[in-house]
Design a protein around this ligand. Structure first.
Ligand code: GAL
Length: 416
């Protein structure tokens, strides 16, 4: 008898997710999901994940607690206040890496979820660079739903064709193309509010420094005072001259809209822009094309959206069921084709993905993987906030020397 029970337990652990999922169909409770996916493409993607979850757990009531604001800056402030106030939601969206570790894991606000990884066999299906980003103190704390790429240049194909231009591969080519577009009366680069400017900066740093030196910025092995960092900042400053003048007033998706409307030719944004373009009815390779952002061929600036289990979360069983769904193949294949990202799992159904995403999957497998700053992978939020402040002031004063000094000071403070 005892042996039979042991056998069942072992079988249950081995078959992991699906057996567990089916058995819990009658699970009841409430699940509040905090996230910031409210723009075109992202909204449809989270709704697809909800449909998947509802199909598996029809008796759970879902509360969609979305907090608008790209990159999750607004959501982060609300979440910290709620959690410290003893009112955590069931689960919330958060970036893998420092974006989770510094504000939530180190202060002891999350439960480790390594047991779910063991039951679901996730260490065998998530790629090594992602697992490295997810593990902290010998435990896993997040379930990744995707991998996004931040260093992508998107372009309006009709504009490039009508001006006989080739999308730029290097920063030098970018400036040539941008000059030609500006002369023709087209806005070369669509840009949005400050976080999108910081996003642009991280891609220019990568483009000028290369993957190894760029990665060294975040662990102290690259000197922020070095002349090539200054060179990158000069490039960055010059690029801003080619952007729409009202950029500070636009959200990331409003900036993408300028490309869709044919008002601007290019946009440098993560591949949630792909999800946005799809949601506008555009077809990749037809109305729009893409390239690694200037100078970054062969490097993949990565980030991952994840969900977590806060300590004291209401209806913990329901949260665990959500996390299993998020990490499941079916969950990821429902979400990512709409979101524009690639699945976190290596065993996803490739036929569900389009030409852009297939190229991104291949690049992820081949390229140098480096962490995104603006999306939680490279630096703790305090450091990121200092960089956002420095860039926000730069946009007003436009003095590259001051920006450089501010960034050196921020790095010194963060790495001391
Ligand atoms: C990123 C997030 C993406 C996308 C983007 C714009 O930080 O990782 O999934 O939502 O913000 O909102």
């Amino acid at each position: 008898m005892r042996r039979t029970i042991v056998c069942f337990v072992v079988l249950g652990l081995l078959t992991g997710g699906l057996a567990g999922l089916a058995a819990q169909r009658d699970l009841r409770g409430t699940l509040e999901v905090v996230h910031w996916w409210t723009a075109g493409g992202e909204r449809e993607a989270i709704d697809a994940l909800y449909r998947q979850f509802r199909g598996l757990y029809p008796y759970v009531s879902l509360i969609d607690a979305s907090i608008s604001g790209g990159a999750g800056i607004a959501a982060r402030a609300v979440l910290i206040a709620r959690i410290l106030g003893g009112q955590p939601p069931g689960t919330f969206q958060v970036h893998a890496g420092a974006g989770t570790v510094n504000p939530y894991v180190i202060p002891g606000l999350l439960e480790p979820i390594t047991f779910i990884y063991t039951q679901e066999g996730w260490v065998d299906v998530f790629p090594k660079p992602l697992l490295d980003m997810l593990q902290y103190n010998g435990e896993f704390w997040n379930v990744p739903v995707n991998i996004h790429r931040s260093n992508v240049l998107w372009y309006n194909k009709a504009i490039f064709a009508s001006h006989g231009l080739t999308p730029p591969s290097t920063l030098e080519e970018f400036f040539q193309v941008a000059d030609a577009l500006a002369k023709a009366g087209v806005i070369p680069l669509a840009l949005g509010e400050t976080w999108t400017v910081v996003h642009l900066l991280e891609t220019v740093l990568l483009g000028r420094l290369g993957p190894e030196t760029y990665s060294g910025l975040w662990d102290g092995t690259t000197d922020w005072a070095a002349p090539n960092v200054r060179q990158a900042l000069d490039d960055f400053a010059r690029m801003l001259n080619y952007a729409n003048v009202d950029f500070a007033a636009l959200s990331w998706d409003e900036a993408c809209r300028l490309v869709v409307d044919g008002v601007a030719a290019m946009n440098i944004m993560g591949d949630w822009a792909h999800g946005y373009f799809l949601a506008q009815g555009w077809t990749p390779g037809v109305e729009y094309g893409w390239r690694p952002s200037p100078g970054t061929e062969g490097a993949f600036q990565a980030l991952s959206d994840t969900f977590v289990l806060p300590k004291g979360a209401p209806d913990r069983d329901v949260v665990i069921a959500w996390l299993r769904t998020v990490g499941s193949r079916a969950g990821q294949d429902a979400f990512n084709p709409i979101k524009g990202s690639i699945p976190a799992r290596i065993d996803a159904d490739r036929t569900a993905y389009d030409v852009y995403q297939l190229s991104a999957m291949d690049d992820f497998a081949r390229d140098a993987i480096v962490p995104s700053l603006m999306h939680g992978a490279a630096a703790a939020p305090e450091w990121m906030d200092d960089i956002i402040t420095a860039v926000g002031s730069f946009v007003a004063h436009r003095d590259v020397g001051t920006l450089h000094r501010d960034l050196i000071a921020a790095a010194r403070e963060a790495l001391h």
